[in-house]
Design a protein around this ligand. Structure first.
Ligand SMILES: [Zn+2]
Length: 67
């Protein structure tokens, strides 16, 4: 079994967690070793594309703007 750590909040998800997320239709982001959990992915998707890329580069260092 493989664990994935969210790039932003550092929550840990397993293969099995991801499989059940997929079942209930939750969206997350997984690319090579890069994992973003559904909560953070939701926030990420609200950002303009340029900010999304910046956030992905900075990971947990990224400063989210408070609304
Ligand atoms: Zn997260």
């Amino acid at each position: 079994m493989k664990d994935y750590t969210c790039l932003f909040c550092e929550d840990i998800y397993t293969d099995q967690d991801l499989a059940s997320l997929k079942e209930i239709g939750e969206k997350y982001h997984l690319e090579a070793e890069l994992f973003v959990c559904p909560d953070c992915y939701d926030d990420l998707r609200r950002l303009p594309l340029e900010e999304q890329l910046k956030a992905l580069l900075l990971g947990s260092e990224y400063e989210w703007e408070e609304e």
